[in-house]
Write a protein that binds this ligand. Sequence first.
Ligand code: F6P
Length: 352
Amino acid sequence: MPSPGAATGSVRRLGVLTGGGDCPGLNPVIRAVTRRAIQGGLTVIGIRNGWKGLVEANAAPLDLQSVSGILPKGGTILGTSRTNPYKRPEDHARVLETMRRLQLDAIIAIGGEDTLGVATRLAKEGVRIVGVPKTIDNDLAMTDFTFGFDTAVNIAMEAIDRLHTTAESHHRIMVAEVMGRHAGWIATYAGIAGGADVILIPEEPIDVEAVCELITQRHSRGKDFSIIVIAEGARLKDSAAVGTEEPRDEFGHVRLGGIGHLLGSLIEQRTGYETRVTVLGHLQRGGSPTAFDRILGTRFGVKAVELVLEGTFGVMVSLQGNRVVAVALEEGTSRLKTVDMELYNIAKIFFG
Ligand code: F6P
């Protein structure tokens, strides 16, 4: 028996899902997928809560009415989860069974490394899938940018601007912890845009002495306040990233957070300067997407459907330069994209 979605012939019923952490720009993709698919004569089925919706057969049709007005909305109207259908064999079987029952000929999976990792495995089993890369962390390989990143950077930049005025008034050190599990893209971009005095990222273990030295030097030239931006995944030299070991999600990730507070107390102890810590957390993921993210999401959604209509599967859409193209899903999920050190070296010119 052929695998669901591996059936020959053209696609008539298309499923769409969003998995992993939410991010601004998901709704523009869902809207674009639905509009372009309906225009192409397809029936669109919205799968609820990522892969969980296929495990639990939780899905409903999407029409023009369901996607009306969602372009500026943050989050995802489909809901999301971090369910990994490969964790339990019965879940994997249910995914295939639901596809059969709902007569889904193909799926557009919108997600990050984990969701698209599952898509890659299903594609290898013959399921007809097109991926759409998503993450505020911007750490997916084979695409210059993911939507959500620009919005997160703008939120973090505004926070850094606000921290500047209070830091200056109180002559304090302000540590701003931003998201970035494996890569410090948000920290680097927001730090450069906000004029941070030090930017710390997972790619370079932190030398606390060197950070304190930079701050002390600033003080000696009359700058008695400093802004330090740190990615949640950054770690001290010879230590692991800071977070809770349990609970882990179904893809084995620990919950990060806390490096900002640890660094803040070390700086205060060693320099004697009063220090405060702000953890931006999920504020970076909520709210309305920027124009850039709305447009990128729209372009990704349209391209994903066009790939389905022409019968190209096992690929994800990607931004290369200013062109949206298709790349093999496997290539996009086989490694992470860490911060470009040329850019980080530009940021370093402004340290201290
Ligand atoms: O992957 C995006 C991300 O925002 C990471 O930077 C962060 O570690 C993680 O999601 C947190 O996600 P949640 O709190 O939803 O589990």
